[in-house]
Design a protein around this ligand. Structure first.
Ligand code: HSE
Length: 454
């Protein structure tokens, strides 16, 4: 292991980068441009000793000097001058193997990898701890928004009871566009670009891609997986209890209909993709999905590519973190903060790092245990007694109606659209009621089923 003891004054901290793309490049640039300032803060300069890239000939925005770039990750991991390995390539593999190899080589690790930390974080933290090392991952959730460090330090005295988050910028951009324009496309038009035909979600996504907010393959974002990874990381840390991504009930935004945005607005609500984990009774429930929230809620006002995380602690009450959740500068801010923290510890000679993996053993409960309110849009035959049948079916499952309104009627098809808001009900009861409603001869279909969160 390269970490020197307290009796040997540090002349420098060696940094090794795996990945020199948007985030890696931002980190390298910050370390170069702010070198003197960081050296004063830490007590030794941070120097990028090696950086593994796929293509040596690709032009780089930052000049790292001769011999620093390599295509062989082993050159980074096994370089004795490297104290901290920074993994910024993302994905489960080969990133996971590289991080394990770095730990075996005695290096601390900084990573921005939400998928890996969501799926294997506790094992990696335990492996690091057993070697007197640390893995830091502030950049894995919410880009430049401080979240991991507050969970780890500032909120430690609390029992955290809930985490509610808008944690995916791509989907928040799309939903904001849908809510603002109704027909969507206003952001493209404002740039002189005619949006693709079709309206609704597809158009908003195309717009987000053309403006550079959404990835060319936006599946992870729009299906909610990216938000589920981030929620798993936060919940595991906040509740000190393992929450795996596959335990999070996850629904994306692809099935949303522009009409729901209009109806939600008329009722005083907005639709957001929320990631929520909360402690109920004897366990945890966690979900990612489009949700209807009152316009007065702080999260309802978080628009565009912004992220926000609202945390309930038993001592703090509600705390809200908000900011830019992606991009080179915010994400490199988080990576560099972790680098400075680790570097300072190395300079002070500290080799023992505190273990901060999960310690509790609460079960993650099925979502059927959740109790909340619901928004349902149903297409029904426009004839007498239909509303009574819907109300009766909900009543059969102990679901009480808070408000109901009839929207557009299609005279030629003799159908009408009903929007029902319920009082609090168990998700299990609500799902059973919806199955029965769908089976009613007077019902053409349940078009929307959204949780009312707030
Ligand atoms: N794709 C993510 C988002 C950013 O849209 O928020 C990286 O986590």
């Amino acid at each position: 292991m390269t970490t020197q003891g307290s009796d040997a004054p540090r002349r420098e901290i060696g940094v090794g980068l795996i990945g020199l793309g948007v985030v890696g490049g931002g980190v390298a640039r910050a370390l170069l441009e702010r070198r003197d300032y960081f050296a004063r803060r830490v007590g030794a300069p941070l120097i990028v000793r090696r950086a593994a890239v796929r293509d040596l000939s690709k032009p780089r925005a930052v000049e790292l000097g001769p011999g620093v770039l390599t295509t062989n990750v082993d050159d980074v991991i096994n370089d004795p001058a490297v104290d901290i390995v920074v993994e910024v390539i993302g994905g489960e593999e080969p990133a996971g193997s590289y991080i394990r190899q770095a730990l075996q080589a005695g290096k601390h690790v900084v990573t921005a990898n939400k998928e890996l930390m969501a799926k294997s974080g506790p094992e990696l933290l335990a492996e690091a701890h057993s070697r007197g090392l640390d893995i830091m991952f502030e950049a894995s959730v919410g880009g430049g928004i401080p979240l991991i460090a507050p969970f780890r330090r500032d909120l430690l005295a609390n029992r955290i009871t809930s985490i509610r988050a808008i944690i995916n910028g791509t989907t928040n951009y799309i939903l904001t566009d849908l809510a603002r324009s109704g027909a969507v496309g206003h952001a493209l038009r404002s740039q002189g670009i005619e949006p693709p035909p079709g309206g609704g979600f597809a158009q908003a996504l195309a717009e987000a891609q053309r403006l550079g907010y959404a990835e060319p393959d936006p599946t992870n974002d729009v299906e909610g997986y990216d938000a589920a990874y981030k929620l798993a990381v936060m919940a595991t840390l906040g509740f000190r209890n393992r929450v795996r991504p596959d335990q999070i009930d996850t629904t994306g935004i692809t099935k949303l209909d522009a009409r729901d945005f209009q109806y939600a607005q008329e009722l005083g609500y907005v639709i957001k993709l929320l990631a929520i984990a909360q402690v109920i009774d004897d366990g945890i429930v966690a979900r990612v999905g489009p949700a209807v929230i009152p316009q007065s809620e702080p999260l309802a006002k978080v628009d565009g590519v912004y992220n926000a995380v609202q945390i309930e602690g038993d001592l703090t009450g509600t705390v809200l973190f908000q900011g830019r959740g992606a991009g080179a500068d915010p994400t490199s801010s988080a990576v560099v903060a972790d680098l400075l923290d680790l570097s300072h510890a190395i300079v002070l000679g500290g080799r023992e790092r505190k273990y901060w993996g999960p310690e509790e053993d609460m079960p993650v409960l099925p979502l059927e245990r959740l109790e909340t309110r619901y928004y349902v849009r149903v297409i029904v035959s426009d004839q007498p007694g239909v509303l009574a049948q819907i109300a009766q079916t909900l009543g059969n499952h102990d679901v009480s109606i808070a408000a109901v309104s009839q929207k557009e009627a299609d005279a030629s098809a003799q159908t009408a659209e009903l929007v029902v808001m319920t009082h609090r009900a168990r998700e299990g009861a609500m799902r059973a009621a919806l199955r029965d409603i769908e089976a009613l001869p007077v019902v053409s279909g349940v078009s929307s089923f959204l949780r009312v969160e707030g």
